[in-house]
Design a protein around this ligand. Structure first.
Ligand code: S3P
Length: 444
């Protein structure tokens, strides 16, 4: 654990690019593994989480290499993955673990999944439940569906129809990936649209996939299993969930103007931008364009006087990872910010509702925490804010959010561990310091 302290600064300025999107990077490793031929990936996120997915791809038969700035994956082919000869360790990553668990759920060999303390406390029944419908056996698990877990797929998997009970792109993706090794059509219905990178990449790699949305907004995705997936070239767009930290820093530090280039603007990921604009944030969305089937833009962020808003529950899927940093923005806003239907935050890398509330409290911010909502009473004058010691609970987004907070509070903010940031955004400190942050190591 490396405690870090973040002190107030006068201004932020500069022009930066954030690393590749984490969700697309994980999926690039998976589709590279599943393809026939080669998948070449540039601007891949090289964080601990994604490196663990690349290790898993190797263990299942892919040849993974890096030449200059390009990752090259020679696939093992859908339906022909190899039995891993060791336990698959996903470290801190729920996405890596759950997507690979889905994928291997229809292979007739045992595979064991392990992770760090945070991942080992997260619920996996949301993946095991649909897998059991395919015929997957759970050979070992810790109490109530926690890691370590060993599964074995059936000799002959049957395709399934599954309605995802919560808004979760991980569960949707796990079922679709399991369906890839089952004959016939696997159908997944999601009541609320979540990030659609798996569907887009399935189509891009040549799978037969059909998507329909009903009048209530429920999406049905039908995938034909046992297909051939062909290698592709992928350029991973900048991660909007990483850009979020820089954007909020630019808004709350006075006299700032920063540009974040090449940010993914897929509408299933832009809920934070929508919310910040409603809060009167001065964010210019420049040069909106399409690249490799995804929307991108450059974002110019200027310091702003924010106002509190109510964030509707329907928006939560499109900004699920951004609530901790939104809470920081809300702490500096005029009035009350209400975040509704955010119960899923309780099963992220930490209980994020609790961790955010505790961090706000430690830094003199007034809030009300409910079982699935959070209300923050902003303090635009910033008087007395800061000075707290924040426990990150192995959660990278808690660490980054409160370091950003310290850039604009009266007193410095300390987080108990900066090392965990490397799971998703290893360049965070370097980039934020390039823009003008004052973050240093401390022993307390
Ligand atoms: C992700 C889905 C989300 C998100 C996670 C990445 C993905 O999780 O929080 O960081 O890449 O599919 P849920 O599916 O649990 O909402």
């Amino acid at each position: 654990m490396q405690p870090l302290i973040s002190r107030a600064i006068k201004t932020l300025s500069g022009n930066v690019e954030v690393p590749g999107d984490k969700s697309i990077s994980h999926r690039s490793a998976i589709f590279g593994l599943l393809c026939v031929g080669e998948t070449k990936i540039t601007h891949m996120l090289e964080s601990e989480d994604v490196l663990n997915s690349l290790h898993a791809a190797r263990a299942l038969g892919a040849l993974v290499d890096k030449i200059d700035d390009q990752w090259i994956i020679k696939g093992a082919c859908n339906g022909a993955l190899l039995e891993p000869d060791h336990r698959l360790d996903f470290g801190n990553s729920g996405t890596g673990c759950r997507l690979f668990m889905g994928l291997l759920g229809t292979y007739d060999f045992p595979s064991t999944f392990i992770g760090d303390a945070s991942l080992s406390s997260r619920p996996m029944n949301r993946i095991l439940d649909p897998l059991q419908l395919f015929g997957t056996q759970i050979l070992a698990q810790q109490r109530d569906g926690r890691l370590p877990i060993t599964i074995r797929g059936p000799e002959f998997a049957a395709p399934i129809k599954y309605r995802v009970p919560m808004a979760s792109a991980q569960v949707k993706s796990a079922v679709l990936l399991a369906g890839l090794n089952a004959p016939g059509i696997t159908q997944v219905v999601e009541p609320v649209m979540t990030r659609d990178h798996t569907e887009k990449m399935l189509a891009g790699f040549g799978a037969n996939i059909e998507i329909n949305t009903d009048k209530y907004g429920a999406r049905s995705i039908e995938l034909e299993g046992q297909c051939v997936l062909n290698g592709c070239d992928i350029h991973v767009p900048g991660d909007p969930s990483s850009a979020a930290f820089l954007i909020v820093a630019g808004l709350i530090v006075p006299d700032s103007r920063i540009t974040v280039r090449n940010v993914l603007m897929n509408p299933t990921r832009t809920g934070l931008i929508t919310t910040l604009l409603e809060m009167d944030a001065n964010i210019e969305i420049m040069d909106q364009r399409l690249s490799g089937g995804e929307e991108l833009a450059d974002l110019v962020v200027n310091s702003s006087e924010l106002k509190g808003v109510t964030v509707p529950g329907e928006r939560s899927a499109s900004m699920i990872d951004e609530y901790p940093i939104l809470a920081v923005a809300a702490a500096f806003a005029d009035g009350k910010t209400t975040m509704l239907d955010v119960g899923e935050l309780r099963v992220k890398e930490s209980d994020r509702l609790r961790a955010v509330a505790d961090g706000l409290g430690a830094n003199g911010v007034d809030f009300v925490e409910g079982e699935d909502f959070l209300i923050i009473n902003g303090n635009p004058g910033n008087s007395g804010m800061g000075g707290g010691f924040v426990k990150t609970h192995h959660d990278h987004r808690i660490a980054m959010s409160f370091l950003i907070m310290g850039m604009a509070t009266e007193k410095p903010v300390t987080v108990d561990d900066g090392n965990i940031i490397a799971t998703s955004f290893p360049q965070f400190l370097q980039l934020i310091e390039e823009l003008g942050a004052d973050i240093g190591q401390t022993s307390t």
